[in-house]
Design a protein around this ligand. Sequence first.
Ligand code: DAH
Length: 356
Amino acid sequence: MSVHDQIAEAQTAAVVSIDQADDLESLTDLESSLFGKKSQLGGLKRLMGEVAPEERAGVGQALNEAQRIVREAHAVAKERFLSVTRRAELETERLDLSESVEATARGHLHLVTQTMERLEDVFVGMGFTVSEGPQAETDWYNFEALNLPAAHPARSMFDTLYLDLGDRTEIGDGEGGEATNILLRTHTSPVQIRVMETLPPPIYTVCPGRVFRRDTADASHMPVFHQIEGLVVDHGISLADLAGTLNEFTAAYFGGAIRSRLRPSYFPFTEPSAEFDITCVICEGDGCQTCQRTGWIELGGCGMVHPNVLGNCGIDSEEWTGFAFGFGIDRLALMRYGIKDLRDMYTNDIRFLRQF
Ligand code: DAH
């Protein structure tokens, strides 16, 4: 038999033995007989000395090629056994996480948070952005910049909670940088100021958030509650835009049967100012106990942004005009679900919360 035939035979024998191995262990046992010095192919190397010098290169190449083929067949077989083992391991170590998620009772967002998120969605759908501001505010943002200077009679509309910061008055940043009172914001209107200070018009934004007043909790008041503020500043904005926006919003949030209307009112930060009512969501305008038989319920305040307020934020009121509005979120949720007592929202009785 020629050397080349012997090489071919050794290669075939090696590949057949690899094919016959039926698990990783028997493949490993084969390794010394495939690659060791005593392997058939390894033994053939010793023949090199007996080969005629001019044939040596050809025989060397044939040996290398045979070895490469055997190595490759071995690697392929090994990978196949390993992946079978891995799959088996994964199967035994598998954790069914869905089971524990289903088994545990899951909570959900609080009614007020749900309402706030739905309101945001409706306004975002109308092209508004959402802005936020701090809950602890300075006198400047909560009052002064909103055209409510110290001792303005309208300050009594807000029962303000002031923070006692000891001698840390340096936190204040009243106009001119002097120390000022820090308070818990009584409404979301200070966020208007922060937005106008930082963004150039046109502005279309809503500012939802928590507000605080020195009120005793009763069926319709809480010392902590939530409001959403709207602010638009652009060229040529008029009261008609305000009325149209509120009407659109009301229909989008409550459904087509609910309309809105404006009634003249007074706020220092708007001129003219109005209060806006919506069709009673309980009786849809027929008159019931909730709306005291008027068919309307009061929702919030609004108006055209006062030129002083625009000026306080560095916006030229000759060039730009705007409107703003604000209303209570808790009260809205209360009316929508016919809840009788606002306090129920915050006593965290799970039987109550679970309903929404
Ligand atoms: N901030 C007012 C309040 O809490 C509500 C309000 C009235 C907001 C008129 C406005 C507005 O933006 O224009 O009672």
